[in-house]
Design a protein around this ligand. Structure first.
Ligand code: EPS
Length: 400
C-alpha cells in the first residue's frame, strides 16, 4: 500500500514459512506497544466461523528492523509473523526442489473455485497449479497488515485518536441498516469477543446462522463497521482526487479479501434520499465551535475529515471455499467438475473487524503525517499543536 507518507509492502504465502512487511516513512521516536499489537493479532484469530487453521497458528509479530529501545528509529520497520503450519507444508511449498514433490502433486489445485482468484490469477500468471494463486490470494496475508495497523493505532493513540469496529450483520441477520451505533456502546464490547456485536440477541442469531451454515457446507458474508474518534478536521484533501480520504479509505478497505463494497457514513441509503434528508446541518456556539447534530456523512465531506467521528462500513461476500461444491471445470481438460475444497473458514466477518480497524488506522496515520509531517514524533506534535491553535483562532475570530 502506498500512502503519501507511510508505504507498506507485504510478502508471504499462506503456507510458506512466514509473512513479512516493510513499513517505510514512520517518524522516529514513536513508542511501539508490542503487547497492543500482539493483542490485535490474537483478536484476528478468535472469531466465530474460523476454521481449524486458527488452532494451529499463534500469530506473534517480531520486529526485525526499525526499532531500538522500544521506539521507532525513523528507518524502515521490518515485521515478521511465522506460519506455524509451515511445518506441515514444507514439501508442498518447497522453494528449491527441482520439480514438484509428490506432496505438491497431491495438493495440486486444478478446479478453480467460483468467486476466488483461482481462475483469473491462473490465467494471468500462467500457473498450471492454482495453488500458486491461492497461497498468495489467501486472507492469511491480513495477519501482517493487522500488525502494521496496530502499530499505526499506537501512533494515533498518542494524539487521542482511537479506532474500534464491530459486526453489524452476518448472512442477512443482525442490526438494521439504519441503526446508529454509538462509540460508547463499542467501548463496552470485549475486544476478544468471538462475535463483537452491540445487540446480544442479534449476536446470538448470527452465531447460530454461522453454525447452521457450517452444517450445510455453506459460507456466509456480512457487514462490519469501523468508527474512529478523536479525528481532527482537515485530514485528507479535496484539492486532488488521490488525496481524498474517502477514496483512500475505500481503496484500503476494498483490498481486504471478500470485501465487495465500502460505505462511508450513510452512503448507500443516502443515494435513495433527498438532499435535505442527508446533509448534516452546521451550527456554531462559542463553547463548542462548529458542530452538527447528525453525522450522516460519516465524518467526511469533500474527502476531508470534518471533526465528527469517522464511520465506514465494509460488505463482505461469503467465502469462495465451500464444502457444498459449486460447478466449475478442470483447467486441464475443460470438463465439468466440482470446485476444489480444502480446509477453510465458514465465515471471515469477525476477523474483518480488526482488519478493518487496522486499515483505517493506517490510512489515518498516513493522512496525519501528510498533514503534520515531521521526522521525529516531537515535530509531529508541534505541528499538530500549531494547527489546533489555528483552529482555536478560527473559532473565536472568524466565526460566521
Ligand atoms: C484461507 C483459508 C484458511 C484460512 C486462511 C485463509 O487457511 P487454510 O487453508 O490454511 O485452512 O484459515 O486464513 C488464515 C490462515 C488467516 O490467518 O487468516 C484462504 O483460502 O484464504
Amino acid at each position: 500500500m502506498t500512502g503519501f507518507r507511510i508505504r507498506v509492502l507485504t510478502a508471504g504465502e499462506s503456507h510458506g514459512p512466514a509473512l513479512v512487511a516493510v513499513v517505510e516513512g514512520f517518524p522516529a521516536g514513536v513508542p511501539v506497544d508490542l503487547e497492543r499489537i500482539q493483542q490485535d493479532l490474537r483478536r484476528r484469530q478468535v472469531g466465530t466461523g474460523r476454521g481449524a487453521r486458527m488452532k494451529i497458528e499463534r500469530d506473534e509479530v517480531r520486529f526485525l528492523a526499525g526499532v531500538r529501545f522500544g521506539r521507532t528509529l525513523g528507518s524502515p520497520l521490518a515485521l515478521l509473523i511465522e506460519n506455524r503450519d509451515w511445518a506441515n507444508w514444507q514439501e508442498v511449498m518447497d522453494p528449491w526442489a527441482a520439480e514438484p514433490t509428490p506432496a505438491a502433486q497431491k495438493r495440486r489445485v486444478i478446479h478453480p473455485r467460483p468467486g476466488h482468484a483461482d481462475l483469473a490469477g491462473g490465467l494471468k500468471f500462467g500457473h498450471t497449479d492454482l495453488r500458486n494463486v491461492l497461497e498468495r490470494a489467501s486472507a492469511r496475508e491480513t495477519a501482517i497488515r493487522t500488525a502494521v495497523g496496530a502499530l499505526c493505532k499506537g501512533f494515533l493513540a498518542l494524539f487521542g485518536v482511537d479506532v474500534r469496529g464491530h459486526v453489524r450483520r452476518i448472512g442477512g441477520i443482525g442490526l438494521p441498516p439504519d441503526q446508529t451505533v454509538e462509540w460508547d456502546a463499542l467501548q463496552e464490547l470485549d475486544p476478544m469477543d468471538p462475535l463483537p456485536c452491540v445487540d446480544a440477541q442479534a449476536r446470538q442469531a448470527m452465531i447460530e446462522a454461522i453454525e447452521a451454515a457450517q452444517r450445510a457446507g455453506e459460507t456466509l458474508g456480512g457487514v462490519v463497521e469501523a468508527i474512529a474518534v478523536g479525528v481532527p478536521p482537515g485530514l485528507g484533501s479535496y484539492t486532488h482526487w488521490d488525496r481524498r480520504l474517502d477514496a483512500r479509505l475505500a481503496a484500503a478497505l476494498m483490498s481486504i479479501p471478500s470485501v465487495k463494497a465500502v460505505e462511508v457514513g450513510d452512503g448507500i441509503r443516502a443515494a435513495d434520499l433527498s438532499g435535505s434528508q442527508v446533509h448534516d446541518e452546521i451550527f456554531y456556539s462559542p463553547e463548542r465551535g462548529f458542530y452538527r447534530t447528525t453525522n450522516r456523512a460519516g465524518g467526511l465531506e469533500g474527502g476531508v475529515t470534518n471533526g465528527a467521528p469517522l464511520i465506514v462500513r465494509i460488505y463482505l461476500k461469503p467465502l469462495a471455499t465451500l464444502r457444498k461444491r459449486l460447478r466449475t471445470v478442470s483447467i486441464e481438460t475443460g470438463e465439468p467438475h466440482e470446485a476444489a475444497f480444502e480446509r477453510s473458514d465458514v465465515c471471515a466477518v469477525v476477523p474483518a473487524v480488526v482488519i478493518a480497524e487496522a486499515l483505517v488506522a493506517w490510512v489515518l496515520a498516513d493522512a496525519w503525517l501528510e498533514k503534520f509531517g515531521g521526522d521525529h514524533l516531537d515535530d509531529v506534535r508541534a505541528a499538530y499543536e500549531a494547527y489546533r491553535r489555528r483552529l482555536g483562532l478560527l473559532r473565536s475570530d472568524d466565526r460566521p
